[in-house]
Ligand binder design. Sequence first.
Ligand code: ABN
Length: 177
Amino acid sequence: MKWLDRFFEQQVRAVALRTSRRSALQRIGRSLVGAAFVLPVLPFDRSARAQHGAVDDGHHDPMDPQRCEYWRYCSLDGHLCTCCGGSITSCPPGTEASSVTWIGTCHNPDDGKNYLVSYNDCCGAASCGRCFCNENEGERPGYRMGVHNDINWCMGNESSVYHCTVSVILGVSGDVG
Ligand code: ABN
């Protein structure tokens, strides 16, 4: 393999003789600047994120339970079970609701009332991956766990594997008893 080493050495030396360090740096610089102009205009496939509900298409329907803007999801951080084979309040088959939850208060634009909502994670199957929402009304920083919603609430279940999140109404704000 010595002949190969010698061959490449000769080629590199020949290039070095013909090219000054400054012109080499200029050429590298030019191609980097060129790349900076060309790369941003290349087409990117964003359809995967769109399918997962992460792209804001300007359609904000507070009554569509498969959208993050649905009024009950005002403090939901996770994947919507309505996009994962479950419903607003029930976990998809093969998963079970978390025994501990995150509670939020959401305003229902239909009747003008505020509702106490429990966000139960559904546990026991790998993350659903669809319709991810990060709504944080009333959330507080993570160092106070009870008031932070970016938590895997499956931690108290037999399986702590997170799948998706449901939202269950616990009561109307102002109700006593
Ligand atoms: N409560 C949803 C969730 C699950 C796992 C990690 C962060 C948030």
